[in-house]
Write a protein that binds this ligand. Structure first.
Ligand code: FMN
Length: 351
């Protein structure tokens, strides 16, 4: 019986116990078809797994595994600087918690309530010097948006991502995000296929360039388009006035048989680096993975499932411990590959 949670191992042990039957909290969260989460999706809710065969989830992991880090040591000792400017906010690391919502829908309130989940992500990230992004699902409404409530409580310290609902509703969410002084807002355009939203009478749609332009001009906050998996969408998001894109397949939860995000990232970077902020997520499990994504040209990364486990395991403290683990491993990776600052992280450090 653990009385005081001190280490990441403590956090994950508690999460394993609480998530029995939902997530095995494995050493490698890889979307392999034999994993517990992958057995859930025939007629049952998606849980924490990937859609269908799980190939898209698994491809995120495999795409990152293909790359190896180049150890380079003979030079003066250095202390890596991981500080990162995100829309004018100084963060301790280029690593943020992804917009995840609806953990109570597959776990049940006895595992974690949506209120506690959102608070633990926002405040746990803040305590680690970084930002928690908050998502959107059918249980969220303008009157009761758990994510925005937590961000408001933290004085605006967060990013709000809205599902691609009807234009009017998105604009109202953006407006509320402005009121609580969020750092940025956005939409997960890949949420347009969500059955859960449609089933609960909250329809979601694909969005045209014109519609994204309308959303961008409705707010003075920077707008993020999340769910980019091809150059065409990346260019169109930029054309529509977005300030950032997230290269993401939603953790492999929206379309079966997509490539991994690290597979599509380099081409998008080649086209748009320096013209728009490029963020990526999918399968990032350690600071070593972060370094791979940054050397492929992303500016920062988001962490999804590991943050669910951290918050279920030990709430605010669990998320803080997890983010600090990512930072620690990233610092080690930077030192061993001779990267003093984020600018030194280039494709040269990869095999
Ligand atoms: C349970 C769960 C719920 C999610 N809900 C949302 C959401 O509401 N909005 C969103 O933009 N992405 C959502 N995502 C996707 C994550 O933001 C992120 O893209 C993905 O989890 C990253 O992959 P990783 O889990 O391998 O780190 C969700 C992911 C999971 C696992």
């Amino acid at each position: 019986m653990i009385t005081e949670v001190k280490t990441l191992e403590d956090v994950r042990n508690i999460a394993r116990d609480k998530l029995k039957g939902i997530c095995g909290v494995y050493k490698d969260c890889d979307g392999d078809p034999r994993r517990l989460c992958q057995g859930q999706n025939y007629g049952r809710t998606l849980g924490i797994g990937g859609i269908g065969s799980g190939v898209s989830f698994n491809n995120n992991f495999l795409a990152l595994r293909k790359y190896k880090l180049k150890m380079k040591l003979i030079e003066e000792d250095l202390t890596p600087d991981t500080s990162y400017d995100f829309f004018g906010r100084e963060l301790s690391m280029p690593i943020m918690a992804a917009s995840v919502a609806g953990v109570n829908s597959f776990g049940g309130e006895e595992i974690i309530t949506e209120i506690d989940f959102c608070r633990s992500v926002v405040f746990g990230c803040r305590d680690a010097g970084t930002l928690g992004w908050r998502g959107d699902t059918y249980t969220y409404s303008l009157e009761n948006s758990y994510g925005l409530n937590a961000i408001a409580e933290a004085g605006g310290w967060g990013v709000k991502i809205v599902k691609p609902r009807d234009q009017g509703t998105i604009m109202k969410f953006f407006n509320k995000a402005e009121e609580v002084r969020c750092v940025a807002v956005g939409i997960d355009i890949d949420g347009c296929g969500s059955y859960a939203m449609a089933k609960h009478n909250k329809p979601v749609f694909k969005k045209s360039i014109e519609e994204i332009k309308e959303l961008v001009s409705s707010t003075n906050l920077p707008v993020v388009i999340k769910g980019i998996m091809c150059i065409e969408d990346a260019i169109n998001a930029k054309e529509a006035g977005a300030s950032a894109i997230v290269v993401s397949n939603h953790g492999g939860r929206v379309l079966d048989h997509t490539p991994g995000t690290a597979d599509v990232l380099p081409d998008i970077v080649a086209e748009l680096k320096g013209k728009i902020k490029i963020i990526v997520d999918g399968g990032v499990r350690s600071g070593y993975d972060v370094l791979k994504m940054l050397s492929l040209g992303a500016e920062s990364v988001l962490i999804g499932r590991d943050i669910v486990r951290a918050s279920v395991g030990a709430g605010i403290k669990g998320v803080q411990i997890h983010m600090e683990y990512l930072l620690k491993t990233m610092v080690k990776a930077m030192k061993m590959t001779s990267c003093k600052s984020l600018n030194d992280i280039t494709p040269d450090i990869l095999f």
